[in-house]
Design a protein around this ligand. Structure first.
Ligand code: COI
Length: 354
């Protein structure tokens, strides 16, 4: 498939790298591609960043049939730009597509288009410490139709956003609230797909958490409300004695790429790492007995995010004296050193762009 390009008449001014937040600034160009049953995915093009015109009956707007991804491009000290495991994001995009009845994409073609877009936008990849260019591939259902069925037509787009830390806390510990009032995903539902519905389902609990002074929600499973699952925008890890534990993928947890990277690095280093069920009761007991050493989140946007406090009902537990612990520190450094090209890449996770 050809990749067409339309250039922009007017370029935007670039932000100050040292004061970037998350997800508010977008670059000059985007990638677009359409799907129709008789043409397949077609009309791949890089164009000036622009609004997408939609019929008010567009199916995505009514029934949420859509999927997305999140990954980042990093600038190295020598000025190169590189991606971290982008093939994993594209594989997950296609898994999400299958769950949402969206036609799959050619992963190699989309990766090439993404690299091309980033190359054009290389001036937007920030260089201040801990900044990157966030990449958001998205697919939405485009049929103008009010009946409930899978759409016949789709739009895939990729937009880019220079970002700093996701949480205002940066790498300092965040406080999270375990909710029993709501669930994010149910058995057989769409929990493991990266689809807007999961994030919409999380909003009310997220607001309650904020009102109570917490950064995010830690979800319990949707069946028994007993097992820990994930946080709103990242997966979760617990260090109990010398065991690093993350909830096993069970169909309702998002299979995070940073999560997978922590598990693979731990295995590479011969550390004791388990993907298993962990209940809120086990967590509270581990805290009471002094064996809960650390809790941290892992996600593309959040990277590694230490958790300093967890509230469940009336109980508030403080972890590692509300300080970043050595395990979170070690994985944060190992992963970001690979991402920013400061360390060897023993796992071959890096894909160069330029
Ligand atoms: C990411 O970590 O990239 C995510 O997609 C989480 C959130 C910003 C939606």
């Amino acid at each position: 498939m050809e990749l067409a390009m339309t250039t922009s008449e007017k370029l935007r001014s670039k932000p100050d790298d040292t004061s970037l937040g998350f997800g508010t600034i977008f670059t000059d160009y985007m990638f677009n591609m359409d799907y129709a049953p008789d043409k397949g995915w077609h009309s791949a093009r890089i164009e000036p960043y622009a609004s997408i015109e939609m019929d008010p009956a567009t199916m995505f707007l009514h029934y949420g049939q859509g999927v997305f991804e999140g990954l980042k491009a990093y600038r190295t000290e020598s000025g190169h730009i590189q991606l971290f495991r982008p093939q994993e994001n594209l594989k997950r995009l296609n898994r999400s597509c299958r769950r949402l009845c969206i036609p799959e994409v050619d992963e190699d073609f989309v990766l090439d288009a993404m690299k091309h877009l980033i190359e054009i936008e290389k001036g937007w990849v920030p260089s201040a410490p801990e900044t990157s260019l966030y990449i958001r591939p998205t697919i939405i259902a485009m049929d103008p139709f009010l009946g409930v069925r899978a759409s016949y037509t789709y739009r895939l787009f990729i937009i880019l956003s220079p970002v700093g830390a996701y949480y205002p806390e940066g790498f300092n510990p965040v406080k999270i609230l375990v909710t029993s009032d709501y669930v994010r995903a149910v058995r057989g539902g769409v929990g493991e797909a990266k689809t807007p519905a999961n994030y919409a389902a999380s909003l009310m609990a997220g607001e309650d958490a904020h009102d109570a002074g917490y950064t995010q929600v830690l979800w319990l499973d949707g069946v028994e409300q007993k097992y820990l699952e994930e946080v709103g925008s990242m997966n979760i890890f617990f260090v109990i004695d010398d065991e690093i534990i993350t909830p096993e993928l069970n169909g309702s947890i998002l299979p995070g790429i940073t999560r997978m990277s922590v598990v693979e690095l731990a295995k590479h280093w011969n550390e004791k790492v388990s993907e298993r069920k962990i209940s809120i009761d086990e967590l509270i007991q581990a805290h009471a007995s002094g064996s809960l050493k650390e809790v941290f989140g892992a996600g593309t946007a959040a990277v590694i995010s230490p958790v300093g406090q967890i509230k469940y009902g009336d109980q508030v537990i403080t972890i590692n004296d509300n300080q970043t612990g050595p395990v979170a520190q070690k994985y944060y450094k190992a992963i970001t050193d690979i991402q920013y090209g400061k360390a060897e890449d023993p796992m071959e996770w890096i894909v160069p762009v330029i």
